[in-house]
Write a protein that binds this ligand. Sequence first.
Ligand SMILES: *[C@@H]1O[C@H](CO)[C@@H](O)[C@H](O)[C@H]1NC(C)=O
Ligand SMILES: *[C@@H]1O[C@H](CO)[C@@H](O)[C@H](O)[C@H]1NC(C)=O
Length: 489
Amino acid sequence: MSFTRVTRRGRILFVLSLVVLSIWYLATRTGLKQRAPSVNDVQVAYSHRTNEHVNFWREFQPLLLAYEPQCMPPRRLGNAPAAGFKPTDPIARPELLKMSSKEVLRMKNAHSDFVRAINTDTPELSYIPKSKGLVTTAGGSYLPVLVVSLRMLRRTGSKLPVEVFLATHDEYEENICDNVLPSLNAKCIVMTDIINAVPGAVKIEKYQLKPFAMIFSSFEEILFLDADAFPISRPESLFENEPFKSTKMVTWPDFWASSASPFYYEIASQEVVSMNSRQSTESGELLISKKTHLKTLLLCTYYNFWGPTHYYRLLSQGAAGEGDKETFITAAAALGEPFYQVSEPICAMGHRTEGGLAGSAMVQFNPIEDYKLIQKGEWRVNGSKALAPHPFFIHANFPKFNPATVFSKEHAVKPAFNDDWSYTRAWTIPEETIKAFGRDVEKQFWADILWTGCELETQFESWANSTGICSGVKKYWDAQFGSEDPASV
Ligand SMILES: *[C@@H]1O[C@H](CO)[C@@H](O)[C@H](O)[C@H]1NC(C)=O
Ligand SMILES: *[C@@H]1O[C@H](CO)[C@@H](O)[C@H](O)[C@H]1NC(C)=O
């Protein structure tokens, strides 16, 4: 499908929505009852209600500042080891931070005062009642990666609207945000439009952006996905079934055991969680309801706001990927709000190399099937031989499958090359997992990388000085898939 055809269709849709809007306008003018925007409006056209979010932020921002941890950042004594999660043979909880008892007490007081404040006078979050949507953060070199992910999302038949949060206006690329993303039912929202509308400049960056994107999104029920993650089945099913239906919050696991510091549990007034009950979290995928988990999101935002200085190290103690990842479950647990953590372990996917596995992606599994197993007491994580749930998400995180850089020979992992620099398929092991995809997902992925690299070669700002992006992917496509038409896979 060529890009010009997409925009032509986009134009027709635009005209159609104008017609629909005019009829709606006339209908409301002529006396039909006004109603709150509903889920149907989200599928057709809606605008992000920035003002309502600014009103929320005006209430919430002073709380984040008022309950600052009143002490120095905890000192690091080392980094937690990359220890796998083994519930039948757990490691001891690492203790690699130094804090005085006075410092712990000050943080504990700030934490409980913050929780009391959001319990007494809860700031109201804005969202469109009953709406569901996908939320992500992108910008710069993540934008081309996101376009590829969204094309993979649409292959599942998903109609979920998408909100793409950009940190600042510098990241707003007009053609991408005004044409390309809307053709995929995605829209750009600039975070500083909300953050900076309230005096007292605060800087939100990197890992911190994720919970802010969730609280500033338009949807009641959110699937958050990192820009480099995509589902291989229609994600609408996740909202409609258990475990989301009753818990309204679902997370997926990381490779590792928890490495939260015992100090954290003291600060949050919680029992220390045993090392065999909870895996660490990989927060590239997350389901949450803004309606039921409003307070979880507020406390999670507090952890992230004070993350770089205090909470990130308290929750990970320097383990791999330290950042927002552990702030979601810990916030829910500290407030006693429900959540379901998928038990099926994350799976590394890649191709064979001299060293073993050149892993360039992670696979996360179907939570509906996972939940059914757990209901039956089949804990595969403790050795049950029950059939695995089906793969649901691919998080192609390292290196990024950015059409301009994926063939770089500098990456520590080279997804497209064998040890002798001949081309290879990126994802060939583990074979059972790839077979369980039920179709050649990787070929479709390369087709979307090719489309993005060729149709949008001159469009992304981060590609301004790159040449040969399209021809580079084309060469790989021809070597792997011969004369097969990428538009037909
Ligand atoms: C299996 O492991 C989980 C932790 O993932 C634990 O909560 C559960 O109780 C264990 N079940 C059995 C039967 O050992
Ligand atoms: C491209 O090159 C120009 C001139 O050297 C430089 O100013 C600009 O920052 C570069 N842009 C990117 C995205 O690398």
